[in-house]
Design a protein around this ligand. Structure first.
Ligand SMILES: *Cc1c(COP(=O)(O)O)cnc(C)c1O
Length: 419
């Protein structure tokens, strides 16, 4: 096949055809590096072809020179884009109702890219007090060493966030539901109160499917694809989806400056999982609701924090803004069970792993010390009855095991340790 004759489905092969095939008089190493291959046209299949590349090839020097004049040349370097990366980015942007998507090597790097792109020395970020822990650590680091300001707000403040805005405020962070404590903020009220200041929302819990970030008025949508989109606990990736082209360009520029990109192989794993995402979320939701309902009736439990339950702070916002629930929720146990009994309860669960990153087929459980994670809002919330009884919080993630088995597992370990 001559150069450039890739044909419609020949994109992956064109890379091997960048120069002429070796001729019979070339040496063995040359024939190995410039092989003569001839794969017939017409192969059709559902999976995306994986286009791996560090170097992407220009057809000639003029095209290379032309690319150097552009801010975002199409195929210029493997770190910036490959067809596989582009397919995943387009599908995620469409799924969330956005227009553009950038892929990052982790959810946390999607967060840090957004901070770097939206803030410079002297600027201020408003962040909810229940934010994902590493976001707090990252923002505090920028505040300490890079001259940024960070101000934490009560996640249930809603439109009240507007009163915290100062001339330095350049970014308002939103997380829904809040990490671990599951509060559901009034997103449209915060977005409206932002009055043009950029808003970024981490809604990893929704798998990108259960809420419409842009219709709620948010500018930047963040997902840890590591979780439900991967669904198999084997890939780390994050996404930043936007509608506004100028904002996307700004984020893209910083992504390039930081040298951040993803591997096409990892994209393939996520592309492979996307068609089952909605079905998996429903199966996860069902299991989590069954366990949460059961825990809610138990005397050992002070309160279950699940967005679908009325006692979850901001439940009305869940009713208004969400099309379903996923499978991460928390249970606050009674104060009388100290940390060591709660730890023993978790240790003796048979089906729940002890680990951070959820979204796969396996259930998980972790204890959290919430007061140590707060600086702006009191914990437990002031309006909880007999709040001195609220003790250790355990975050449960329900995978895809059968719900009765998950319930039985929690029952047996509670019977042994929470007596
Ligand atoms: C897991 C998670 C992240 C980070 O994702 P990683 O890919 O593990 O870096 C960010 N935000 C939320 C809400 C998460 O749950």
């Amino acid at each position: 096949m001559a150069r450039g004759e890739g044909g419609k489905d020949g994109g992956a092969r064109e890379g091997n055809q960048a120069r002429d095939d070796a001729s019979a008089s070339d040496g063995p190493s040359t024939r190995l590096t410039h092989p003569r291959i001839d794969i017939p046209e017409g192969f059709r299949a559902f999976p995306t072809a994986v286009s791996r590349a560090s170097t992407t090839l220009f057809p000639n020097v003029a095209a290379l020179r032309e690319a150097e004049t552009q801010s975002d040349p199409l195929w210029s370097y493997g770190l910036n884009s490959t067809p596989t990366q582009m397919e995943l980015a387009q599908r995620l942007a469409q799924m969330e109702g956005g227009a553009h998507c950038l892929l990052l090597p982790s959810g946390l790097s999607a967060i840090s890219l957004t901070l770097f792109a939206c803030l410079k020395a002297g600027d201020e970020i408003l962040a909810p007090d229940n934010a994902y822990g590493p976001l707090r650590t990252h923002a505090n680091w920028l505040a300490r060493d890079y001259g940024l300001q960070v101000r934490y707000y009560d996640p249930m403040l809603g439109a009240g966030v507007g009163a915290l805005i100062s001339p330095q405020t350049k970014l308002i962070w939103i997380e829904t539901p809040g990490s671990v404590t599951m509060e559901l903020p009034d997103v449209p009220a915060i977005a409206a109160a932002a009055r043009g200041i950029l808003t970024a929302m981490d809604h990893t819990w929704t798998g990108g499917l259960l809420i419409r970030p842009f219709e709620l008025g948010v500018d930047i949508s963040i997902q840890a694809l590591t979780k439900y989109q991967s669904g198999a606990s084997d890939v780390l990736m994050g996404s930043v989806v936007t509608r506004d082209a100028a904002l996307h360009t700004r984020l893209l520029k910083i992504r390039k400056l930081l040298g951040l990109g993803v591997s096409s192989d990892d994209c393939y794993f996520i592309l492979r999982s996307l068609p089952t995402l909605a079905a998996r979320l429903r199966a996860h939701e069902e299991r989590a609701l069954a366990l949460a309902q059961w825990l809610r009736e138990r005397p050992e439990v002070y309160r279950v924090l699940h967005p679908a339950f009325p006692e979850c702070p901001g439940h009305v916002n869940w009713l208004r803004d969400y099309s379903g629930a996923s499978s991460l929720f928390s249970a606050v146990f009674h104060q009388r069970f100290g940390q060591s009994r709660i730890d023993a309860f978790i240790d003796d669960l048979r089906l729940f792993g002890i680990g951070y990153s959820w979204g796969g087929a396996h259930s998980l459980a972790l204890p959290y010390d919430i007061p140590a994670m707060r600086s702006a809002a009191s914990w437990p919330p002031a309006d909880w009855p007999a709040r001195e009884d609220a003790g250790i919080l355990v975050r449960f993630y329900c995978g895809l095991e059968d719900a009765p088995d998950l319930i039985e597992d929690v029952r047996q370990s509670m019977a042994r340790h929470l007596v």
